[in-house]
Design a protein around this ligand. Structure first.
Ligand code: ZN
Length: 133
């Protein structure tokens, strides 16, 4: 694990929240991207070495739609940057963590991603992400 790459925040309306976070961080998002396979629209803000990812659901039964229905808007996951996502997945499995993906999948922002089940991580949904080179 290298550093916190980004913090993912579930929001109801991306446009409204983009304006809010632009005020909060003092700059606009540097990109918006839809990940159709996950049923989300995302935007990314840079903040020093870390990023904030806002996620709006594009389908009510998608992961973000379900999260907001259960818990409301708020922090959804913490993403850690890794050099080799396959090795990290194996290492964490050996440590007893449940990994939600059999293999890494393509996420937003040019990343391979995999998730650690929150029930094995003190209630925190952990994302591993590796830059696609
Ligand atoms: Zn993320």
């Amino acid at each position: 694990m290298k550093k916190i790459e980004h913090i993912g925040i579930a929001v109801k309306d991306l446009e409204t929240s983009n304006q809010l976070f632009e005020k909060l961080l003092g700059k606009p998002p540097y990109k918006e991207e839809e990940v159709a396979s996950e049923g989300v629209k995302t935007s990314f803000f840079e903040n020093g070495p870390n990023k904030i990812e806002l996620l709006e659901s594009t389908k009510p039964d998608g992961p973000i739609g379900k999260f907001i229905e259960k818990k409301g808007e708020g922090i959804h996951h913490i993403a850690f940057e890794v050099d080799n996502i396959h090795e990290e997945m194996e290492r964490l499995k050996a440590e007893g963590f449940i990994i939600l993906n059999d293999k890494p999948k393509k996420g937003a922002d040019n990343k391979l991603v995999a998730f650690v089940h929150p029930k094995t991580a003190n209630g925190v949904l952990v994302e591993l992400c590796q830059e696609i080179r």
